[in-house]
Write a protein that binds this ligand. Structure first.
Ligand code: UDP
Length: 149
């Protein structure tokens, strides 16, 4: 089973969208294996978004992601990385497909509500940045045989 790193950004927390966003992944059948609220230290944000260092939006992005609490989570399930990206929608909420999280909850690219890892490798890197191994919980669910054939 695959794991991905998701994060409700400060705009989603401030706007009271945390529960609705988590619900979408629960409803789909994904299992939450890590969950916490935190305020991201600047150096952690710079590491997380390292691939964007030097781009024109980088400072604004780091300012924004550190501006208030986020809800960090790890979900587990079949093709979790790609499916979560599909459920989130395009980076620019105005271009995101109707019904996706970003299209439902956001408008501007710099206020796009949610982060999700873009590959299995990124997921492993990001999970390690935000969670200690003992913060991730291994458990079974009786319902799994009703979600997976
Ligand atoms: N971003 C931005 N302006 C841009 C491009 C990206 O503010 O022109 C922000 C946006 O919040 C995005 C994040 O930078 O979610 C990371 O960009 P990336 O291209 O990795 O998009 P994502 O993987 O989040 O869809």
């Amino acid at each position: 089973m695959e794991r991905t790193y998701l994060m409700v950004k400060p705009d989603g927390v401030q706007r009271g969208q945390v529960g609705q966003i988590i619900s979408r992944f629960e409803q789909r059948g994904y299992k939450i294996v890590g969950l916490k609220m935190m305020q991201i230290p600047r150096e952690v944000a710079e590491k997380h978004y390292g691939e964007h260092a030097g781009k024109p939006f980088f400072q604004g992005l780091v300012d924004f992601i550190t501006s208030g609490p986020v809800v960090a989570m790890v979900i587990e399930g079949k093709e979790a990385v790609a499916t979560a990206r599909e459920m989130m929608g395009a980076t620019n909420p105005l271009k995101a497909a109707p019904g996706t999280i970003r299209a439902t909850f956001g408008i501007d690219v710099g206020r796009n509500i949610i982060h999700g890892s873009d590959s299995v490798e990124s997921a492993q890197r990001e999970i390690a940045i935000f969670f200690r191994p003992e913060e991730l919980v291994d458990y079974g669910r009786a319902v799994d045989s009703w979600i997976y054939e």
